[in-house]
Write a protein that binds this ligand. Sequence first.
Ligand SMILES: Nc1nc2c(ncn2[C@@H]2O[C@H](COP(=O)(O)OP(=O)(O)OP(=O)(O)O)[C@@H](O)[C@H]2O)c(=O)[nH]1
Length: 525
Amino acid sequence: MKRDGAVALLRKELGRKENARFGRLYGKRRPVKAATISLVLLACLAAAVILVWSLLHARALELANARIAASNTSLTLATQANSSFNVADTVLVSLVDKIEAEGWSELNVDRLRTLMAKQMAHLPALQGLFVYDDTGRWIANSSGRKFDGRNNSDRAYFQYHKHSRDRGVHIGSPIIGRTSGAWVLPVSRRIEHPNGSFAGVALATIRIDFYRKIYERLDLGPDGEVLMTLNDGTLLLRSPFDARELGRNIASSPVFLQQARQGFATRTSVAEHDGEAHIVSHARIGAYPVGITLLQDQDAVLAGWRHSAMFAGTALLLLIAGLLLLGRRVVRQVNLREQLEGELLSTKAHLETANTALSTMAYIDGLTELFNRRYYELALAREAGRASRNGASLAVLMLDVDFFKKYNDRYGHQAGDSTLKAVAQSIQRGLRRSGDLAARYGGEEFVVILPDTDLAGAREVAETIRVALQSRAIPHADSPLGVVTVSIGMCAAVPASAEGGADLVAQADAALYRAKEAGRNCSAS
Ligand SMILES: Nc1nc2c(ncn2[C@@H]2O[C@H](COP(=O)(O)OP(=O)(O)OP(=O)(O)O)[C@@H](O)[C@H]2O)c(=O)[nH]1
């Protein structure tokens, strides 16, 4: 089996120790950078998702609240409108009953005027009460004044009752009252003779201002509107107020068409109005064909929410920016640490190489590349201790080049060095086991330690080395044999302790002396 030289053996041993230390230090590097980046991105994403969800939730809540408020308001206004029409109609019903019961001929017009004036005192929504005969002539009114010569047959409500047998209440388009000069809503009923023919009209007028003052106090946002409409699309009132709008028919507008489709039911929804999304709330209470519609610009309703969303969005962006900066800082520090670690490792590798070289130099003989005396002493103590513990035989060979002084003198010191190298090679090649160890003892002297070897084994190794060197036939003119040879002294025993190695060496040295005495180029024990 081929054995490694002393230098290779020593390097292998030092390398094994360093690799083990390196593995312990850097074997388990954690992916800190990837974990930091993932954590920062996850935190940003979580913050964004939570904020978006909260904002959408808050928006839905804001719209729901606005719809509830719009619904409540439209219901309240519709209730108020219904009760005012109801009041006017109740008065008209009683007037018509009275006139038809008493007949035109017996009718006491003065008493009728007094009755109408009394009723007016308790009805703040009404502008006036009027009775006309079948030609439109003013018979009685609630103002207490007489208007002989006036005629209202030109009014639309008069023409309606004259030509329609409808006995129900009629609500007409807004008009300017002839006695008050103010905008009023005409509410009227037909009066008939006992034979069913047209006898005249009873009229109650409701002041537009009665509603307008209330509607204008509502806070419906910048583009909010209140519409009071008849079911045929006639606009009775619009707030904000515009006199030009009164009486206009809006039956073809999308908002009105939607209400018509829904059967003028009380309902709140979102619809397009003037190209913008609006919260539209429609309410109709009672039997009168009058509805209230509330329109609120959805953007205006969401103004407060938008403001909060902008604030929260800015805060989120700042938070994300902060997290990203923090993450970048951590990643930079990790990079820096890795760079420093890399430099540290490279420095360490250089140091290890230098250490190995130093250790090699400390234990290896520079000329022969065998172990030096220092290492031999450590190895001897170690092997003697082991042999003593195991009760095993340990052999030691002492080798000395014959007539080497003469060799140096004849061939020169440099040639002597080369020959010492050749002798070292022969010794190294003569060793068979991995535990066998050769060292330069000093000058031209060498020592070999053979663990688990008895005297017979030691002799075998000694002779192998001696014969091998002689066979190399290195010329030595001043030696009786003519070639370079060695004398070998040997000893084998079970050492008593780790210190027992020194006894073996002394005995081997004594044996070497005997080999020299015996004529050199031989081994002795
Ligand atoms: N070239 C060379 N010579 C060395 C070295 N170390 C010791 N020597 C020489 O080896 C010689 C040893 O001579 P001696 O101790 O008298 O022994 P010897 O001449 O070999 O005679 P014997 O041992 O009795 O056969 C000395 O001349 C030393 O100078 C070395 O490293 N290189």
